[in-house]
Write a protein that binds this ligand. Sequence first.
Ligand code: HMG
Ligand code: MG
Length: 299
Amino acid sequence: MTLPERIQLTEVGPRDGLQNEPEIIPASVKIDFIDRLSQSGLLEIEATACVSPRWVPQLSDAVEVLKGIHRRDGVVYSALVPNMEGWQRASDAGVDKISVFTAASETFSRKNTNGSIEETIERFMPVTAAAHDAGCRVRAYVSCIVVCPYEGAVRPEQVASVVKRLLDIGVDEIDLGDTVGAATPADMDSILSEVGQLVPVQDLVMHLHDTRGMAAACCLRAMQLGISRFDASCGGLGGCPYAPGASGNLATGDLLYLCEGLGVQTGVDRQITTEAGRIIEEAIGRPLTGRTYRADSSS
Ligand code: HMG
Ligand code: MG
């Protein structure tokens, strides 16, 4: 079995993980959570989202969180940014990197960002230019790479055409999102054979949700196909408020456990991520569901 020697993990728990939580979590708790994660060896943490507070009230404290965290040397702290207003807030707060986001499905794009795919990409043009002027890298998410919660199946060619538009406007990195956690390993083959014609597979990031328990299986298949960059969320927190039926991301502990067993290096200390999970678990008042997280918590 051919696997990467090492993978790079972006922890998205503080953003994807928390955006769907109904009870507002104090900024101080989010800061403690991120600070603990920062001690685990993670090299990138998506800390929050500078989106409209009307759309995602839970993350309306984005600036406070970004300004409050204790930045660790070598760790990149990023934030989701949908438009220039978001860029202004993120850059004022000293973000290292931003993530713009669109979708391979028109309906999801409208429900999530009140704009068509093309309108979102037009919004990203000045954002990308301003971020680059400020020396900030730009990640671009493409959601619904397999299934849209409103339109159903999405063809790999649709995904590739949105990736092409994003590359045209100069984003630095493409992150492929299985927003509702519908993918099986076979989808990794079909998507990567299309998108791999536009971007070297080793430069792509895979963002899997674990709604059907398939995320680790997809991750293994993606690694075999040459992917070495993944997003994961502490304890399996997560979900998009505009994607009905979606549950949390591939859990960080599950990804780490998988890689440990396969001899793939991550540089991340699983126990510290478990300790970080406890901070959030206490705040939300219910157990996190990540399987390895649960096993590690009870051992
Ligand atoms: P809109 O309502 O069309 O925006 O939303 P607008 O420009 O008309 O502004 C409306 C109000 O929001 C105004 O305030 C603006 O100032 C304010 P008012 O004057 O009414 O008081 N506003 C902002 N405030 C702060 N920061 C901003 C900002 N922008 C506007 N950046 C918009 C359009 C894109 C802003 C909105 O739809 C939005 O914020 N959407 C974000 C939804 C979201 O965050 N979804 C979850 C993240 S995506 C995801 O989870 C998928 C992913 O994980 C990958 C995967 O799993 O596939 C990434
Ligand atoms: Mg997501």
